[in-house]
Design a protein around this ligand. Sequence first.
Ligand code: PRX
Length: 676
Amino acid sequence: MSASEPGPAVDGTIAAGTNPDITSILVENRRFPPPKAFAAAAHLGQPETVEELRQRAALDPVGYWCDVAKTDVRWSKPFTQGLDWSDAPHARWFADGELNISDNCLDRHCETWRRHKAALIWEGEPIGANGPEIRTLTYQQLLVQVQKFAAVLRSLGVQAGDRVCLYLPMIPEAAIAMLACARIGAVHSVVFGGFSAEALRDRTLDAGAKVIVTADAGYRRGALLRLKDVVDEALTRNGGAACVQHVVVVQRAGCEVQWQAGRDAWWHECMAAAPAGMPPTALPAEHPLFILYTSGTTGKPKGILHTTGGYLTHTTRTARWVFDLRDDDLFWCTADVGWVTGHSYVVYGPLSNGATVLMYEGGPAFPDKDRFWDIVQRHRVTVFYTAPTALRTFMAWGDAPILKHDLSSLRLLGTVGEPINPAAWVWYRSVIGGDRCPIVDTWWQTETGGILIAPLPGVQTCVPGTATLPLPGIAADVVDNQGKSLPADVGGLLVIRQPWPGMARTIWGDRERFAQTYYGRIAGMYVTGDGARRDADGNFWILGRVDDVLNVAGHRIGTMEVESALVSHPHVAEAAVVGRPDALTGQAIVAFVTPMLGVQTSPALAEVLRSHVASEIGGLARPAEIRFATALPKTRSGKIMRRLLRELATAGQVTGDVTTLEDFGVIEKLRATDED
Ligand code: PRX
């Protein structure tokens, strides 16, 4: 527990000049060392070698990353420069080198025996008389498609540096279009297929996209998502987006669409007419690869820009080491390509390693709650990577849909996107992983490009609830507001002290906002916006977003620990806690709780849960109020929107921006609960 003065209770944020200490009260004693057989076969199975590597990387991180770039990436012109930080905080890595990412992900494998290896195994959501539709693309087949679509883009006037917006379902064409952009140096901006016309228009305009690639529709949760209609609306409402000259439409569902001659073109017709064999363009390492919009806590979405050489170096190495990827693996990352996880660990990282990737179009509950496990069993998935929010949903559905299936092919499990509470971690390990599979809890962000903190599964002991150690070459630290390192078990700001190759280069069109947002708070350090503490073994425990921190009686408590205590109760599926002003304690904790399926809620249960939190982590964290809810408000990528819950708990209504909310009905239901 911290001995220093806590900051004042200002809406959960840390006022400048005050100490950001976050009181940490969660104690977790379970330890899971790597299984012997796993370690014996792993890329990294020798703790001494890894320790040596870590030390070397800590002494000379730039030299370390240069070695990685040389061994993992194929350069058409070798680089001689490592990091150029002269324009800080806008980094340049390997700047005088040249390469092409699609060459790394495709051509180089097609020159080897991997040519006929499966690159992509795709399964559609609908289930017909003969089962679901499955498409398999070998590396050679994927290369041919990418070459053709690169030629299509060229024929539409797309040049290196031009932006192309991809608004697609989870179908192979999404990966093909991304790689085709990369092949000719066009910059892709993938917009998640669930976003509205307004959100699509804003992002298209901000990027100044020349072409939009979309589909007539996609399948999601048994329904048709009519993407082309949304594109049409985005291009007409509020003045439209005059930058867009062409719309290429994949025929996925065969439904009726509006057509604007001259602007719209069918993917299959373009591909039939396209020449084969388009070679990859050699691009400077700092050539922009993609823009990906991430919603800030307020205001306009930020177009996070990633470039070519550093991003590929980082994602290739992390995909291989963290997921221990081998040639006989089938890697399934459940993220949509609309999120950074889909960019780095569905497409670029695994393909650059020559791995086989499984891609699934739809939702986990279609037609039944066992769809994911049915897929794992039928395809013999070996490495599975998903989000804690999905795991908590599966927990709430009960174990029966899982136990119906043979999941013995799985050998490694991963999570990303939120802190995983130990209860969910242990459930994941035992029910999904059969007590056999290590779990890699991977911490990273859209801005970091790839994983920064995660266990290396062949050498590290996993501890439920922590992403464990920074990867070699990553200088993560926990600091106070002045940038001073904090001792073990004191919560503070999670920062990265030195540049790394996969880091975002800027915010598209707004260099100043990039510098301010990430480097403006503490001189010379990348401030992640997350709170964290390190334990005595050096493991990093993420405490939640700093903006969400609770302040009770002068103690700053991360949301993660209270939520984790709630979810450790067998009747709780999911929980989110927020602070509301309290005359006595500064803030009082309000907990929104989703019970397990079939559990009856009552004032008595609320009382039990309040006491449960107190006995798990201490009276300080006892919620003042428990509100039961059938669902919590989440973003489309599954993150709980505590900002909305805070408004509900404080003002009884939500007035702020809700465009990133996945299900608008949730707020209505929460309000109704309030009136009960
Ligand atoms: O708060 C952290 C949380 O997700 C944030 C980044 O979100 P986004 O840019 O959407 O990227 C998500 C996929 C990389 C982080 O600031 N987060 C991500 N992974 C973890 C996590 N929190 C705790 N543990 C993690 N493993």
